[in-house]
Design a protein around this ligand. Structure first.
Ligand SMILES: Nc1ncnc2c1ncn2[C@@H]1O[C@H](COP(=O)(O)OP(=O)(O)OP(=O)(O)O)[C@@H](O)[C@H]1O
Length: 321
């Protein structure tokens, strides 16, 4: 359904755009119907930029982003409007998606004006009520209210309800849980599970490894704009291979394990690998270092260098990328 191949994003920064930030480097992955793919990385790793490029809120500098085979980057006017029938985003701060001086219903009204002007008022109201119900909210409790009268979780779910009124197939959910309290988080996560069961593909953007492991079928681990590891969530989390993923995982407390044991495990793994790079070992020292090598079924790793301009430990020289 959604396929990214070798996508790069270079931002121009500084006075007169003289400087550049290479925010996304050679990123490739796909999202299939009924699948949740988590994009995981620390702040500045390029997660949101990828989500924004998928939603055409930012343009890719190079590479291809395809939805059902159609190049999203080349979409214009009507093509883009049609794309948004199928692909929508929900973002971290639900309050910023609403105008505080209008009731929340207005977000539904604007959708009707843009996409369903021919639908009669009564039928539209029924559709809105059904959509609101389907995200676990009671229409009478949320419609007709101002944003400040509702909780972050309710606003987040209303945005998802709005997206569901379209013929939604892909949802980009960018840090949508971060600002919610614990009980609301579970509601929203369960809702994502329901959407997945209905066949939606979900790109779940998060810096939180535990959340990523909880909701997703596949994970893409990003570091400094490049994919360092990706694959089936169970495979990657049970046996992380890239040093960066291992460091990330080692920093997540696990209730059933003592901290010292986890540290000792990680030291053993690091010692066993020594100065090797699993990626270059498999694909040869001359391979471009933005690629990925399959180290187990449905489990791929990238070069083990730890920074964009660093030396690969396995090759012993700085490699292009
Ligand atoms: N509009 C922009 N102009 C210039 N640089 C940008 C722009 N947006 C993002 N960047 C830079 O691109 C890099 C990746 O940013 P991005 O927001 O995609 O990362 P992120 O992983 O989503 O981080 P966070 O979780 O903090 O949002 C960062 O170095 C950031 O400063």
């Amino acid at each position: 359904m959604l396929e990214l191949v070798d996508v790069h994003k270079v931002y121009r920064v500084g006075t007169f755009g003289g400087g550049t930030v290479h925010a996304v480097r050679g990123v490739s992955f796909d999202v299939r119907p009924g699948e949740v793919v988590s994009l995981i990385g620390e702040s500045g790793s390029g997660k949101s930029t990828i989500g924004r490029m998928v939603l055409r809120l930012a343009n890719a500098t190079s590479g291809s982003i395809r939805f059902d085979g159609t190049d999203v980057v080349s979409l214009r006017h009507r093509g883009l409007r049609d794309y948004y029938r199928h692909a929508q985003g929900v973002f971290q701060d639900p309050f910023s998606s609403y105008n505080p001086i209008f009731k929340v219903d207005r977000t539904f009204d604007t959708l009707r004006r843009s996409y369903f002007p021919q639908v009669a008022g009564r039928e539209w109201d029924e559709r809105v009520h059904d959509a609101v119900h389907s995200v676990g909210l009671e229409p009478a409790e949320v419609l007709g209210k101002f944003p400040h009268q509702l909780s972050g979780g309710q606003l987040q779910r209303l945005l998802i309800a709005r997206a569901l009124l379209l013929d939604l197939r892909l949802l980009v959910a960018d840090e949508i849980i971060s600002m919610l309290d614990a009980s609301t988080r579970i509601d929203v996560l369960n809702l994502l599970g329901d959407l997945k069961d209905r066949g939606l593909g979900i790109l779940f953007v998060t810096h939180d490894l535990s959340l990523g492991s909880y909701v997703s079928d596949k994970v893409v681990i990003l570091h400094q704009g490049r994919v360092v590891e990706r694959g089936a969530t169970a495979a990657v989390f049970a046996d992380p291979r890239h040093p960066y993923t291992r460091t990330l995982l080692a920093s997540v407390p696990q209730l059933d394990r003592r901290w010292e044991d986890m540290e000792a495990d990680e030291e053993r793994r690091a010692a066993a690998l020594g100065d090797r790079c699993l990626y270059h070992e498999q694909v040869g020292a001359d391979a471009p270092d933005l690629g990925l090598a399959e180290v187990a079924p449905d489990h791929l790793v990238g070069c083990f260098r730890d920074a964009a301009d660093a030396t690969c430990p396995g090759v012993g020289a700085t490699v292009a990328g």
